[in-house]
Write a protein that binds this ligand. Structure first.
Ligand code: ZN
Length: 349
């Protein structure tokens, strides 16, 4: 049941007064720039982490809202004035929470919506803090605190979901997207490279090149399938061409290594440029001709027609971003990314 407690709003508004700093200029969306965030409504497992783990992956502001039940200052969130089409997701677990179509201008200084995105978005509970009783909202997937709900909202629900923008991330509706698929050794490394390239909307780690259905990291990693670690690049062809993506791909690998990329060897780490049409095939072949003279050994990268891509397990997505201190990431992925990006400076975001 939703209770309207004007008093609570007054207290919050009062707290916020005098501290109203409306940010102007370009919207810079913390933690969403230069990275892809996947909108997935098919989750079935909760995201549960220790405080220490949350501290590691959340910004201070996000942690304060989500894990410490904090309240941001009114008008302090850059999401307050966002009117673009898109989805608002939980900053902690990426559970899709609200659509831009349910956002309205409440005048309160906090991002406000008249309904959640799905039945899996929110939990409603009681909050008796600050000497008042309000209906508190938390993310159904990670239990992160998000805000409160009041019954003074607009039609059609009459509800006002008053949300701390710092607990949210905004995923703008995607622009025109094409998909390129490559295999370049360890997919943790290749994903983070392409996420720094302009015109790339998202990069997905997975498996391709084999015939087995539903490959797993365990099977692929042990070399028990015909698949290689691969990745899909979703890109805007108006910003970056397929030829430039192929250029980044070859800059990111040693194309002469048969079955592997240092330090990972085995056919599951072979390099492959998958083509989806003759045009792509010609672009790849021309690039190979162009770079062949730079190497003493023959080019070993396979050029094969694309058949199917299998998305890898969730914990492999954004692996480098989520595990920046992991040993392999520090020793291999980050240096490999930096040396690749130095070769394609004109294509960086
Ligand atoms: Zn969450």
């Amino acid at each position: 049941m939703v209770r309207l407690l004007i008093f609570s709003c007054l207290v919050l508004c009062f707290n916020a007064c005098g501290q109203q700093h409306k940010k102007s200029g370009m919207i810079s969306l913390e933690k969403t720039e230069n990275e892809y965030i996947e909108v997935d409504t098919t989750w079935s497992e909760k995201v549960l982490k220790s405080d220490a783990e949350w501290k590691k992956i959340l910004t201070q502001k996000q942690y304060y809202i989500l894990r410490e039940h904090g309240t941001e200052r009114a008008f302090s969130s850059e999401l307050y004035e966002v009117k673009e089409e898109g989805i608002y997701i939980c900053a902690g677990c990426k559970n899709p929470l609200f659509s831009s179509s349910a956002k309205f201008d409440s005048g309160t200084g906090w991002p406000s919506y008249f309904q959640p995105l799905s039945k899996k978005s929110l939990n409603v509970g009681s909050d008796k803090s600050l000497g008042m009783e309000r209906d508190a909202l938390s993310c159904q997937r990670c239990d992160g605190h998000l805000g409160h709900v009041f019954n003074d909202g607009p039609k059609p629900t009459g509800l006002r979901y008053c949300i701390d923008g710092d607990g949210l991330l905004f995923v703008p509706k995607k622009s025109a997207s094409a998909v390129a698929t490559f295999a370049g050794g360890c997919f943790w490394c290749t994903e983070t490279i392409f996420e720094h390239i302009k015109g790339v909307n998202e990069v997905i780690s997975g498996y391709s090149g084999g015939s087995e259905e539903n490959p797993t990291y365990e099977n692929v990693g042990a070399g028990r399938t015909g698949h290689a670690e691969a990745f899909e690049v979703y890109y805007d062809p108006e910003v970056i061409s397929y030829a430039d993506l192929v250029r980044v791909f070859f800059a990111s690998i040693d194309p002469t290594t048969v079955d592997g990329q240092k330090p990972d060897f085995g056919k599951q780490y072979r390099t492959i440029a998958f083509y989806k049409n003759d045009e792509e095939k010609v672009i790849i072949e021309n690039k190979i001709k162009e770079i062949a003279s730079e190497y003493n050994k023959p080019i070993a990268t396979q050029v094969v027609p694309f058949v199917k891509f299998w998305k890898a397990e969730a914990y492999h997505q954004d692996f480098v971003k989520n595990n920046p201190d992991q040993g392999y990431v520090r020793a291999e992925s980050i240096p490999r990314r930096e040396s690749t990006l130095a070769k394609v400076k004109d294509l960086l975001r």
